[in-house]
Design a protein around this ligand. Structure first.
Ligand code: HC1
Ligand code: SF4
Length: 566
């Protein structure tokens, strides 16, 4: 710890590892394209240079603060270097901003504007290389890549997968997927975290579903239904300058204006998942088999388990995810009520997640030859749909979800943040075993740490529960469980940092600060809702009764569960 002077201002530092972090803490912005506070530092882009007395021009991301240092972040020399760095990057970058998926959410575009870059002194060397559109979830445009390496690091360090890597050296350097094969051939689990860190449009979500949704809406034969996941409600407003506030009812209103026939809440089937999964868990506890139970609503995690831990597949909950439970319910049951064939019901979901696009296309999730979910839009893509429809989002009047699946509990809403699924199960089980009336709030499940473990007494059961987000953290936990170092009864795994609020389909900036704000809003929504536990959902009771003669039986098992095969 010590003090440094930045632009004449004396600033204390404690455990910050670099000048950039000290400056940001003091509210002084330093531009960077390759630095991420949660990833290793490589000092590749040189945009974060500062001038240090007696040391000259240095990259602030890779220079440690030393007591007494005198730093200038915006001297003439600093700004000259930054402009040159930006011009060199732009010379190698496809600058077709008007047609870029990331226009308006691009740090390179922003900095070029901030630093007044008008004409380049260097020839344009960008070539038109083909895009990699092989993945259902992620599209890569190599012409936009500036080699910052954030995708390489996030996939390796946070997800422990390492799909992306550098190839060649010097001016031939490029980033490629494993074995230089199309992304779809790799071990990619579709989480979209590389999209979340990409500063400039080289990695974006596969947005082809937007056109499919328009086509269905314009097709008079189709009944078009939308469901909204928990996490987008606290993030979609960011796209319209409203911040991370609850916009659930505006999303419903926007979808009606777009032309959807019915709008439902994935929170309804999150409650359904809680009930089916909690009973599955209690059954396993009684029999002492297939423990620990791992949650399975995160499709990135499911693919990871299939690829790297096939011996754990019997431990995964057999419950379909809330997205897929809703799809199955709509295509197998509700379609009949409407008198519509499954293929004429077009089911869309708005998800914070790029892996949900892949989950929707898994062959086990079909009804009479038609996918249970026809199209998945990320939060960002839904915002684009609304803009394309000419909707002025911030002016919309609130609108409610449709009957007869209208209710959703706070327990279903918190699925959207890390720890929420586990908390929902605890609320349900405590309510059921202890006849607990009213609210059962759990403390240890909350917070953004990547690993949370606690033991709770619920009735006669002493349960040890673990919650992880990010697959590197999941892997570390699995190793402890497999080695016998740790015994747990249930594990919640979410592939994305912070859970679904940090999903790869959420708005840019998709960083720690935004994940925290969204997760706070998710818990605010829960705190305000009268319905608190999954068993409080009366609409759900009626639907269970009507379609399956109750819950947690052979019939629900057939329609709402699945089986993961090693
Ligand atoms: Fe999620 Fe889920 S919470 S997985 O994070 O279980 O995507 O939001 O919709 O299906 O409900 C995502 C969010 C989402 C499912 C639910
Ligand atoms: Fe890696 Fe996730 Fe990107 Fe796939 S989507 S390459 S797993 S970070």
């Amino acid at each position: 710890s010590g003090k440094i002077t930045i632009n004449g201002q004396i600033i204390d530092f404690t455990d910050e590892k670099n000048i950039l972090a000290v400056a940001r803490k003091a509210g002084i912005e330093i531009p960077t394209l390759c630095y991420h506070p949660e990833l290793t530092v490589v000092g590749a882009c040189r945009l974060c240079v500062v001038e240090i007395e007696r040391m000259g021009i240095q990259a602030s991301c890779s220079t440690a603060p030393v007591d007494g240092m005198v730093v200038y972040t915006n001297s003439e020399r600093v700004n000259q270097v930054r402009k040159m760095v930006l011009e060199l990057l732009l010379a190698n970058h496809d600058r077709e901003c008007t047609t870029c998926e990331s226009s308006g959410a691009c740090k390179l575009q922003q900095y070029a504007s901030d630093y007044g870059i008008k004409r380049l002194r260097y020839p344009n060397r960008s070539q038109m290389l083909p895009l990699d559109t092989s993945s259902l979830s992620v599209v890569r445009d190599p012409n936009k890549c500036i080699l910052c390496g954030l995708c390489v690091r996030v996939c390796k360090e946070k997800q422990g997968i390492g799909v992306w890597d550098f190839k060649n050296r010097g001016s031939k350097t490029e980033i490629v997927a494993a074995m230089d094969q199309p992304l779809a051939e790799s071990a990619c689990i579709n989480c979209g975290q590389c999209i979340a860190v990409c500063p400039c449009g080289a990695l974006t979500s596969n947005s082809s579903s937007i056109q499919e949704v328009w086509a269905a809406i314009r097709d008079p034969k189709k009944t078009v239904i939308c469901q909204i996941a928990p996490a987008p409600r606290a993030a979609l407003g960011e796209e319209f300058g409203l911040g991370s506030v609850d916009v659930t009812k505006k999303i419903v209103a926007a979808l009606r204006k777009v032309g959807f026939d019915k709008v439902f809440d994935t929170v309804f089937t999150a409650d359904m998942t809680t009930i089916e999964e909690s009973n599955e868990f209690l059954g396993r506890l009684v029999k002492g088999e297939n423990l620990p139970l791992f949650t399975s609503c995160c499709p990135g995690w499911v693919k990871y388990a299939e690829q790297f831990h096939p011996d754990l597949l019997n431990n995964l909950s057999s419950c379909r995810s809330p997205q897929q439970m809703f799809g199955s319910l709509l295509k197998k049951k509700y379609a009949k009520d409407l008198g519509v064939a499954p293929e004429d019901l077009f089911v869309v979901s708005i998800m914070p997640c790029t892996a949900k696009k892949y989950e929707a296309k898994r062959p086990e999730f079909m009804t009479e030859g038609s996918y249970d979910i026809d199209a998945v839009l990320t939060t960002v893509e839904a915002a684009r749909l609304f803009r394309e429809a000419g909707i002025i989002f911030s002016n919309l009047e609130d609108s409610e979800f449709d009957q007869p699946m209208q209710q959703g509990t706070g327990s279903g809403v918190i699925f959207g943040a890390t720890g929420g699924v586990m908390e929902s199960v605890v609320r349900y089980v405590a309510g059921k075993l202890l006849n607990a009336e009213g609210r059962v709030d759990v403390e240890f499940t909350r917070g953004m740490e990547d690993t949370k473990i606690a033991s709770l007494e619920v009735g006669d059961n002493k349960l040890t529960l673990a919650i992880v987000n990010g697959l590197a953290a999941a892997e570390a936990l699995i190793q402890k469980i497999k080695s016998g170092e740790l015994t747990v009864h249930a594990v919640e795994v979410m592939a994305c940092p912070g859970g679904c609020v940090g999903g790869g389909g959420q708005p840019f900036q998709n960083d720690g600060e935004h994940r925290l704000a969204r997760s706070k809003e998710i818990y605010n929504i829960d705190a305000k809702l009268e319905l608190h536990k999954a068993q409080d959902n009366e609409d759900l009771d009626k639907i269970f009764e009507k379609y399956w003669n109750g819950c947690c039986n052979h019939e629900t098992h057939h329609d709402l569960h699945t089986h993961y095969q090693p």
